[in-house]
Design a protein around this ligand. Structure first.
Ligand code: KG4
Ligand code: ZN
Length: 335
């Protein structure tokens, strides 16, 4: 088959990103403009501010991605864009840009589910192909997905409340560690004792592969509050380490159970929380014990980026799955 070159566009949260990927594997460019600094002053992502920042930067980011790949629109075969889930105003910016470009160039348009993007990030880094089990842990999602073949997947479990990354962000905020919380907590945790506090791990007997992190988040906040009222200064490193340990144990336990039930021989870790070193180490140890291959892309491909969207767009291109100009951004979208 001839080469297929796809431009990917991502704007579901606070990263404005564009990338050119050839044949779903060869990353020719990947530009990610983080808005973190814009949102830090507010302690979290402000949707309206995110949409404005995407609008200001989107065309420049796309131009840069084309330049880095030494590509022009005439070299492209399709335009892939994240349509959801995410912040709807932010998604509109990417989707409207992609539709305008498709209309102007005559290139086919491909709407990509954000999680389908996270799922194929390992194809870009490791050339991984299904079947595999994927754990996606990000600011918006905590999902265990059994990928049987390209485009054929079953969601085994999801979070009932906060996503893992969201819990990191909220707990960090309560500890005044700033935004985003994940990197700040993992840094503080390095100096802390993970056994100092025994935090709860939700069992959820009616959903063996589901997650819940809001009880854990409340437990940490309760300790902070209690110690403050008792006039004690909380040990942030110990709290961070104990909280992180509880998240890691919950993610590992459910993932191990899903590996045992599905018999999958490969585990792929994806999403921004995959940057967490303690989580990587713990999952690798469980996989080693089970004789399962553990695949985790580099951090730049775990956090939001457009290369994963272009790669997932390629998978739809080869299956002839295109969208028309009625494509729109949606806040929630089932996989
Ligand atoms: O996948 P992502 O870039 O965006 C979403 O789709 O949500 O994930 C961002 C999330 C944030 O909640 C951030 O706090 C978390 O990933 N994160 C981490 C770490 N680095 C980023 N969580 C734990 N440990 C980290 N080192
Ligand atoms: Zn994401």
């Amino acid at each position: 088959m001839r080469d297929v070159t796809v431009l990917g566009i991502e704007s579901s949260c606070d990263e404005t990103a564009a990338s050119v990927v050839r044949n779903g594997r060869d990353m020719m460019s990947s530009v990610v403009l983080s808005q973190i600094e814009v949102h830090q002053a507010f302690g979290g992502v402000v949707p309206e501010v995110a949409s404005r920042a995407h609008t200001e930067m989107m065309t420049r980011v796309i131009e840069q991605a084309l330049r880095d790949a030494k590509t022009t629109f005439s070299d492209l075969d399709a335009i892939a864009v994240t349509y959801g889930p995410g912040l709807v105003g932010a998604l509109f910016v990417g989707v409207t840009t992609a539709k305008s470009l498709a209309l102007a160039t005559g290139l086919p348009l491909i709407g990509v589910h954000h999680l389908a993007g996270h799922m194929v990030a390992s194809a870009l880094s490791h050339g991984a192909t299904p079947p595999y089990l994927v754990l996606i842990a990000s600011g918006g999602h905590t999902d265990l997905i059994n990928v049987l073949a390209s485009g054929e997947m079953v969601r085994l479990g999801k979070t009932r409340d906060d996503a893992a990354g969201e819990a990191f962000d909220k707990v960090a905020r309560a500890m005044r560690l700033g935004y985003p919380g994940g990197p700040a907590i993992s840094e503080a945790a390095k100096r802390g004792d993970p056994t100092r506090y025994a935090f709860p791990i939700a069992k959820l007997p009616d959903g063996p592969f589901d997650f819940s992190f809001s009880g854990l988040k409340s437990a940490v906040m309760l300790v902070l509050d209690k110690e403050k009222r008792a006039g004690k200064e909380s040990s942030i490193p110990d709290l961070a380490a104990s909280f992180q340990e509880a998240v890691v144990q919950a993610l590992c336990a459910k993932t191990e159970a899903a590996l045992l039930q599905t018999g999958q021989q490969t585990l792929v870790l994806a999403g921004g929380v995959a940057a967490n070193e303690a989580l990587r180490l713990a999952l690798r140890a469980r996989c080693d014990a089970l004789g399962v291959e553990f695949v985790v892309p580099p951090v730049a491909l775990c956090t939001d980026n457009a290369a994963m969207i272009a790669a997932a767009g390629y998978d739809r291109y080869v299956r002839g799955l295109f969208d028309d100009l009625t494509l729109t951004g949606v806040a929630t979208a089932s996989i």
